[in-house]
Design a protein around this ligand. Structure first.
Ligand SMILES: C[S@@+](CC[C@H](N)C(=O)[O-])C[C@H]1O[C@@H](n2cnc3c(N)ncnc32)[C@H](O)[C@@H]1O
Ligand code: SF4
Ligand code: SF4
Length: 323
């Protein structure tokens, strides 16, 4: 893609993001204090081909599996539209991998048709045979999660010896993506791989990079994993995560997300178990459920003990929602 075209694509994304800022000025409240701006749908929770040591959903609460009917996906999208809810972007398949969903093109088309939102795919890219799905025309951002720069460490972090498959797929996508597609490579940073960050940055220098400090599931990881000499780096990124929440006046990492489980439940948060939900989307009034979720905020049972909160989250709710 030429530089001019990629700047135009970036501009389009920036314009959507500025709608959230305009909302804040007009309503004098951040978007999250009125409605969710991000839609996460687990249209399926078939097990993902990897076994990442940090993966919360696959280890902690995906114990049953199924597919969400297309009619339910259509219902959610059309209800959001009918209620005038601005969805900035959709991130389907947060709790598994998009490449295990054979209906991906139909699902992206439904989301685009009703919501006009940006669609982000997060993928491990290890199913090389499914690579064509990633360059779907309705997808905007393709984000690979590759949290190591060599095969041995990849095996330790992601649980399967598929580093070369992931690299093969990312290179194929680079050469075969459509002009509007933006590509990212994500690194989930934690004790086990912090020492490899620099190599990873060099190895994937051709891509936009997103380094995300591991923010849940740490209880599964023992202190013996600590990478010698990486403590400062880790603590900088961890503080950075909290400082970003404070600076952006967000209550936690996920409150702005509306998460739908594979069995149709409007979940409190996609990072916690399915039992914490506001009912089946076809049996509830979605707007009413959004209002109830705002009333409860992070006092919800499922949010107890979560470490992804802004230390000032209560003040934010008092100022923008509860007053
Ligand atoms: C759950 S994954 C699902 C999509 C895909 N399978 C993948 O790994 O990219 C969505 C994103 O959340 C990240 N993620 C998973 N576990 C995490 C954790 N404990 N802390 C922070 N991010 C995490 C993944 O690495 C990925 O970038
Ligand atoms: S690739 Fe994604 S969904 Fe699969 S185990 Fe890893 S983080 Fe979880
Ligand atoms: S407090 Fe934690 S569990 Fe609750 S919505 Fe925020 S990120 Fe999710």
């Amino acid at each position: 893609m030429t530089t001019a075209l990629s700047s135009l694509v970036d501009l389009k994304h920036r314009f959507r993001t500025s709608r959230a800022r305009i909302h804040k000025i007009l309503k004098r409240k951040p978007l999250w204090a009125c409605q969710p701006g991000v839609l996460q749908i687990d249209t399926t929770n078939r097990r993902c081909p990897l076994n990442c040591v940090f993966c919360n959903p696959q280890h902690n609460f995906i114990d049953s599996s199924g597919d969400l009917p297309l009619s339910t996906i259509e219902h959610v999208a059309s209800e959001l539209k009918r209620n005038g809810i601005f969805i900035n972007y959709a991130r389907p398949w947060m709790n598994t991998d998009p490449t295990v969903e054979n209906r991906l093109p139909e699902i992206c088309a439904i989301l685009k048709k009703h919501l006009g939102c940006r669609i982000d795919l997060f993928t491990n890219g290890v199913l090389f045979k499914k690579r064509h799905m990633l360059v779907d025309e309705n997808v905007d951002d393709i984000r690979f999660t590759i949290s190591a720069a060599n095969a041995d460490l990849y095996n330790e972090v992601h649980g399967r010896p598929l580093f070369s498959e992931a690299v093969k797929t990312i290179n194929w996508v680079k050469n075969n993506k459509l002009r509007h597609h933006r590509m990212w490579v994500n690194f989930i940073l934690f004790e086990k791989n912090a020492h490899d960050l620099h190599n990873w940055q060099e190895m994937f220098a051709d891509f936009k990079q997103d380094i995300r400090v591991l923010h849940y599931g740490e209880d599964r990881l023992t202190s013996s994993n600590v990478a010698q000499g990486s403590e400062d780096l880790l603590s900088t990124y961890r503080k950075g995560l909290i400082n970003k929440l404070i600076a952006q006046e967000r209550p936690c990492t996920c409150f702005e997300n509306m998460a739908i489980s594979y069995n149709g439940k409007f979940m409190q948060c996609c990072d916690i178990s399915y039992e914490h939900n506001w009912g089946h989307v076809e049996e509830i009034d979605i707007q009413e459920a959004i209002n109830k979720r705002l009333d409860v905020g992070l006092n919800h049972e499922g949010c107890k003990g979560c470490v992804q909160k802004n230390p000032h989250w209560k003040e934010l709710f008092e100022e923008h929602v509860w007053s």
